[in-house]
Design a protein. Structure first.
Length: 410
């Protein structure tokens, strides 16, 4: 008897004898009658595993996704087999890919509030504005968990999606929320060099009160973003911080990371002579400016600091804690975790010949240990002229140095 003459009940019984869905799929594709009869059963058998649902979402196949959902596949989560960090739910995959039709299918089947919020976050990161509008229309809040720096607006800033940033702010998101990398969205945009977003946040008339975060200058200086730093300074950001012992932090970060062009731009926006005249000459701010000048080769600033009474022999001070929100600024010492620099050592390390000569002429400490550190720094940087000058000033190259203090020079 021909297989196609069998009643439907018998064909259903036969289909149940297949060991796996791949064999059943091959069987039902033999003719139209078998396909129409058994296709729903194929998806029903797959519903505990959701292979079809996952494939349909990832490949943008709306019909496959619809069949899988109609057969009973949960729209809100995958089984444990499919829960790596980037695929927490069907909604997250669909929103990441920006397939509005599939997102609509999943919403029609019902998803949890958490899935909708996470979906909006990944849609914002990828700049899928229509998906965000759809989720908002279905009642999901665009604000999200801002306290952790993971709101849709945070994700849009990190993803450099200007249109999405504008959309979310127009939907009521607060642009004054903390950032992911630092205390504000300005800090995040400056850290990543997202100048268009930064310009919008600084200049938009829709943001009241205007955004202000002078630590954003530190972020641009630390990451070496030249155009970002210029943008911040042009919009009135201060090149110095109004914080005790951290006044020159932008300069310190630029000099520490060898961003000399940024250091020069910061210097050009300051009246350093007036700043030097304020405060006591041996405070931390003056010492940090001394170290920056030694690292950058600013002999005139070094001379002004010496004339002001700043000591020429001191070790790099410990930096005050900025808190967890600014931990990635790396406010550590110029070289290594255990390597506190003196101005002479730092100038020798960076190859600033005129600064080295100025410090030696001003009777910088020539005792064995500090002086040997300077010559070791010059050797490390292959600065031959500085090595000769240090040897002329009785540096002892045979002296045993304390290697634990300068691990980078081993």
């Amino acid at each position: 008897m021909s297989l196609l003459r069998l009643p439907d009940e018998i064909i259903f019984l036969i289909s149940g004898l297949f060991d796996n869905p791949y064999c059943l799929n091959a069987f039902l594709q033999t003719c139209r009658r078998l396909y129409l009869l058994l296709n729903h059963s194929l998806y029903q058998g797959d519903s505990p595993y959701q292979i079809a649902l996952k494939w349909g979402i990832e490949n943008g196949c709306e019909r496959t996704t619809q069949y899988a959902l109609e057969a009973g596949a949960p729209a809100d989560k995958f089984p444990l087999l499919y829960v790596p960090p980037t695929r927490r739910s069907p909604m997250q995959i669909a929103c990441r890919l920006g397939n509005e039709a599939i997102v609509r299918l999943l919403l029609d089947r019902g998803v949890s509030e958490d899935s909708g919020i996470v979906g909006m976050q990944v849609a914002a990161e990828r700049g899928h504005d229509e998906v965000i509008r759809l989720l908002v229309d279905r009642g999901f809040s665009p604000k999200g968990p801002a306290a952790r720096g993971e709101s849709p607006l945070n994700e849009a800033v990190r993803g450099n999606k200007l249109s999405t940033v504008k959309l979310l702010i127009s939907l009521g998101c607060d642009p004054h929320i903390p950032g992911f990398f630092g205390p504000s969205l300005l800090f995040d945009a400056a850290s990543l060099g997202h100048d268009e977003i930064l310009r919008y946040l600084l200049a938009s008339e829709n943001i009241e009160p205007p955004l202000v975060d002078h630590l954003a200058v530190c972020a641009a200086a630390s990451t070496g973003k030249e155009t970002t730093l210029d943008l911040l300074l042009n919009y009135g950001a201060s090149p110095i911080l109004d914080r005790k012992n951290l006044k020159f932090l932008p300069l310190v970060l630029a000099a520490k990371k060898n961003h000399y062009v940024l250091a020069e731009r910061l210097r050009g926006s300051l009246d350093l002579q007036s700043v030097i005249a304020c405060g006591t000459p041996d405070d931390i701010d003056h010492k940090l400016l001394f170290l920056v000048s030694a690292a950058c080769g600013w002999t005139d600033i070094v001379a002004d600091l010496i004339d002001r009474g700043c000591p020429v022999d001191f070790e790099e001070p410990t930096y005050p804690d900025l808190g967890d929100r600014c931990a990635h600024l790396d406010c550590g010492w110029f070289i290594g975790q255990n390597s506190r620099m003196s101005p002479l050592v730092l100038a020798a390390h960076r190859g600033c010949l005129q600064v080295v000569e100025k410090l030696l002429n001003c009777n910088a400490d020539l005792s064995a240990a500090p002086k040997l550190d300077a010559i070791a720094s010059a050797v490390h940087g292959c600065h031959i002229k500085i090595i000769e000058i240090l040897l002329d000033h009785s540096a002892d190259p045979q002296h045993d140095r304390d290697e634990s203090r300068f691990p980078v020079l081993r």
